[in-house]
Ligand binder design. Sequence first.
Ligand code: 13P
Ligand code: SF4
Length: 332
Amino acid sequence: MIELLPFTPEIEERTRPIYERAKAVIPAAEWPLYAPFVDAINRLKRERNAVILAHNYQTPEIFHGVADIVGDSLQLAREAQRAEADVIVVCGVHFMGETAKILNPNRRVIVPDAQAGCSLAESITAADVRALRAQYPGVPIVTYVNTSADVKAESDICCTSSNALRVVESLGVPRVIMIPDEFLAHYVASQTSVEIISWKGHCEVHERFRAIDVERLREGEDGLLVIAHPECPPDVIAAADFAGSTSAMIDFVRDRAPQRVVLLTECSMSDNVATQFDNVEFVRPCNLCPHMKRNTLPKILRALETLQDEILVEESVRVRALAAVERMMAIA
Ligand code: 13P
Ligand code: SF4
């Protein structure tokens, strides 16, 4: 059942500046449903001394309405490290909440829905990593942040999609194991002479894009810029004009200022970016991440009221995972 809160003239007045920023991507008919939650969340956030970190894949009413910090996985990890609030609310998926907790053991880290998982994080366990280490003695293990704290704890260093190449090359070795995203590993391998041993994990959202989709999009569309996330299959990346993390996509659109662009990534990305670029048309084939979409305004309000779902990471795991995350942060 959809929860509703009354949309009063006072709430309309208080939330007007927020709506002005987001009106290009939030229909006027929907704002009366969102505004009371936005208002209540922003009030409670101050009372709790909480900060809300939201990934670029959050819906516009979260991204524009209540987030204090938005960004890609690396930016959110950095901001989590700098957080001075008593409570950190992570609107993303479970592994992002764990990363925030790994970096902030003395703060309360909560997520609106602890069931928000990730197909990449679920593709590998700590026992799998130990088996890889036994199979390839001495080969460093580079682990994508889209993994559980247990998996990070077994790793030498973490990476995100925006720093993966830099991290791999920083190690100064001829061979690395890169887990768990096979496509990200393939993309990095295409740009370096370091040999990459990969794992068979895939993002269930990005693996659905096809090179034929890119061909069809380009038909009769001179000048369409196609940008793919590195979690896409290799033939999709090859057919695109550029591949990069969600924040690299934004920078690329800013630099190239195309008339029309398509972002081959999660659906909310175009909505969130579009508000920054009035003169760019975003063509919108996209795939929805069901995990990211578990986050809603009513759940964020409940999380702030109850301070649940709390993320906890066992201390012996946390300190080992922290070493891998901090090693990454020192590089990029
Ligand atoms: P980035 O925002 O780091 O590009 O990650 C994308 C992603 O799929 C996060 O779940
Ligand atoms: Fe995981 Fe893919 Fe969803 Fe990101 S978009 S959280 S990688 S399933």
